[in-house]
Design a protein around this ligand. Structure first.
Ligand SMILES: Cc1cc2nc3c(=O)[nH]c(=O)nc-3n(C[C@H](O)[C@H](O)[C@H](O)COP(=O)(O)OP(=O)(O)OC[C@H]3O[C@@H](n4cnc5c(N)ncnc54)[C@H](O)[C@@H]3O)c2cc1C
Length: 263
């Protein structure tokens, strides 16, 4: 079985600040990390590799710095790492990104299972995984917490509002992964990191994956960003003090005033 995991390098959003003048993210000096959802997708693939002997390939589309997350994946036990990097990709929206990654997966050849994170913590759209499935005409199961494979049958535990659903599909298929509540990411040891530095990373351009440049970058992106702005700050709440009975009475008055309850 061949598993492809799509991973994205993202700024560590706990450390990103917004420029008050322009409303854009200040990325300078902000450390980059492997998108946490992709970290879990990668560990899911490596667990399947343990069980089934699958070959695991990771792909990332991004600038040369994205090699760092591919090296992390290699250190964790991935067999093959591919960086899609080309000026032609710059300015791609989720549609064009999905197209480029789908072209790369086609070039890899037989991909039985494609795993993506549910979303990237910087872009937040959750569109790329479904976009890749659409481009490759594959069934997709989104919001998976657990994925198992038996022969050609894929079984996924899918997160729903207020519960779970068990969904089955035939391979080949694509799943997007959510983060289980108790998830703690695994990190490689120093010798594993050092060994990964010696492994080859493949660098593919738009021409290498046979992508039509009219479908990439800003030219190939139907999305237009009209304005980027920080949401208006909320007014601070009022603090009420008193005994429990007084506070309940006060709360009921407020709810009546705001027409949330009628008596
Ligand atoms: C008009 C426009 C121009 C843009 N220009 C640029 C630009 O110049 N440079 C730039 O970096 N971004 C640019 N972006 C943002 C870029 O389109 C998104 O970062 C990208 O499409 C992924 O979307 P997302 O971050 O919402 O990921 P999501 O759709 O939330 O990601 C879901 C999953 O898809 C996979 N995935 C997503 N992105 C990648 C990737 N790059 N490689 C591998 N797997 C991936 C991961 O598994 C991830 O967990 C632009 C966006 C727009 C709308």
């Amino acid at each position: 079985m061949n598993i492809v995991v799509c991973i994205k390098q993202v700024p560590d959003t706990t450390q990103v600040k917004v420029d008050p003048q322009t409303g854009t993210l200040i990325r300078a000096g902000v450390p980059s990390i492997l998108n946490p959802y992709d970290h879990f997708a990668l560990e899911t693939a490596l667990a399947l590799k343990e069980k089934t002997g699958a070959e695991v390939t990771v792909i990332s589309m991004g600038p040369p710095q994205a090699k760092t997350v591919l090296r992390l994946a290699l250190a964790l036990g991935t067999d093959r790492g591919i960086l899609l990097s080309d000026r032609a990709f710059a300015g791609s929206d989720t549609w064009a990104t999905s197209y480029a990654i789908a072209r790369a997966i086609k070039k890899i050849g037989k991909a039985d299972l494609i795993l993506c994170g549910m979303m990237a913590i910087d872009g937040d759209t959750a569109q790329t995984g479904p976009g890749i499935a659409q481009q490759l005409h594959l069934p997709q199961i989104t919001f998976c917490e657990h994925v198992a494979v038996s022969g050609r049958k894929l079984t996924a535990k899918k997160l729903m509002d207020g519960g779970h659903e068990i969904v089955e599909a035939q391979l080949p298929a694509l799943c997007t992964l959510v983060l289980p509540a108790d998830y703690k990411p695994a990190f490689p040891s120093f010798p594993e990191i050092a060994a990964a530095q010696e492994k080859d990373l493949e660098l593919w351009t738009a021409a290498d994956v046979g992508a039509d440049e009219n479908l990439l970058g800003l030219k190939g992106s139907p999305t237009r960003v009209d304005r980027v702005y920080a949401p208006p700050q909320r007014a601070r709440g009022t603090v009420h003090q008193g005994t429990a009975a007084e506070l309940v009475e006060k709360l009921v008055c407020i709810l009546k005033e705001e027409n949330f309850i009628k008596c």
